[in-house]
Design a protein around this ligand. Structure first.
Ligand code: NAP
Ligand code: ZN
Ligand code: ZN
Length: 348
């Protein structure tokens, strides 16, 4: 089995460190990818810190992967050596349940195989993108369109699809009023994508400190949620609220901002249960929903949409030894707007 360099969490509390891991041999349906860039998603931090439950350490995270094909299996005809490719949050699914057959393997009823922290078919725990190479079934590999800069594309593989999917599902377009709560990695892409779909976009951030950026990304309005009057000013306004916040929020305050038949969709994943008053849903026939990444087909659609509309994630490129500091900055909401690891620094 090939041994490759990686940057792994040894426990829930110790810093991530350089190590090596084993990757499987490239099977007939597999693609071996040399990873060039890996985005840092807040989910990486939730998982390694044990927020979502027990973890088998050491664990390599990272599910925003951009790299190039260096080897293809004997039965792979749709990818060739040298292709620029991406891998997102999942690397397999059961392929036979109702949801998989409907092309929505992100909602696989047996649970899709996540890029990290899942039990793979061979019984090993999957290891993510903070490493130099990964072997992935070709059906879970994405094509990176020309026109999106290589060093900036990785965040689309999770943050991009996670926000694109609900915006597309709830048919956001010209005339839609969309609010994005939290302008971090997911949030800044939600603003860009919703604006490109033609919506009037409002950002609800903890403060006004990133207002200029929000407007540059395509928002028309920008409000601070630390100011209580925001919730009076915006009552009964939005068709769709996309909540990207990684911590619990007072849901009722936000639900009241929905107009008739409006929906608040939660993509933020705090571990705690969130209470809400059903009476808040009765008013304006409001809905509260969740959404999990997107299918492989929809991820390709999103990449092509971003290429067509010139949507590029705002990234800060870092070396692998800066990852632990970057985690602290993400936790302080001090991210502009996605850290991307230059995986060359792991080859040194
Ligand atoms: P992020 O870059 O840290 O952004 C989260 C933003 O939420 C922050 O930038 C901040 O925005 C706001 N925020 C943070 N703490 C807050 C608090 N205590 N109160 C109010 N606002 C707060 O994280 P991310 O990578 O975008 O991920 C966001 C969440 O989505 C995480 O929980 C992640 O696990 C989850 N996620 C879910 C899916 C899915 O499929 N559903 C996929 C990917 C990620 P402001 O500074 O603008 O207030
Ligand atoms: Zn993610
Ligand atoms: Zn399935």
């Amino acid at each position: 089995m090939p041994t490759v360099a990686a940057f792994a969490a040894p426990s829930s509390s110790d810093p991530l460190l350089r190590t090596t891991i084993e990757r499987r041999e490239t099977g007939p349906h597999d693609v071996l990818i040399a990873i060039r860039y890996a985005g840092i998603c807040h989910s990486d931090i939730h998982l390694v810190r044990g927020d979502w439950g027990p973890v088998t350490y050491p664990q390599v995270v990272g599910h925003e992967i951009a790299g190039e094909v260096v080897e293809v299996g004997s039965e792979v005809t749709d990818f060739a050596v040298g292709d620029r490719v991406g891998v997102g949050c999942m690397v397999n699914s059961c392929r036979e349940c109702e949801n998989c057959l409907a092309g929505m393997e992100n909602y696989c009823l047996k649970g899709n195989t996540q890029t990290y922290g899942s039990i793979d078919r061979d019984g090993t725990v999957t290891q993510g993108g903070y490493s130099t190479h990964v072997v992935v079934d070709k059906d879970f590999v994405l094509r990176i369109p020309e026109g999106i800069p290589y060093e900036s594309v990785a965040p689309l593989l999770c943050a991009g699809i996670t926000t694109y999917s609900p915006l597309a599902h709830w048919k956001v377009g010209p005339g839609s009023k969309v609010a994005v709560v939290g302008m971090g990695g997911l949030g800044h892409l939600a603003v860009k994508i919703a604006a490109a779909m033609g919506a009037e976009v409002t950002v609800l951030s903890q403060s006004l400190s990133k207002q200029e950026d929000g407007k540059r990304f395509g928002a028309t309005h920008y409000f601070a949620t630390s100011d209580e009057s925001t919730f009076d000013t915006l009552a009964n306004t939005f068709d769709l609220i996309v909540n990207t916040v990684s911590a619990p929020l007072k849901l009722d305050s936000y639900l009241r901002l929905l107009r008739l038949d409006g929906t608040m969709v939660n993509v933020g994943a705090p571990p705690e249960p969130l209470p809400l008053r059903v009476f808040t849903l009765f008013g304006n026939r409001r809905s509260f929903a969740g959404s999990s990444i997107g299918s492989i087909a929809e991820t390709q659609e999103m990449l092509d949409f971003c290429a067509e509309h010139g949507i590029v994630p705002e990234t800060e490129l870092i070396g692998v030894d800066e990852v632990n500091d970057a985690y602290e900055r993400v936790l302080r909401s001090d991210v502009r707007y996605r850290f991307v690891i230059d995986i060359e620094t792991l080859r040194d």
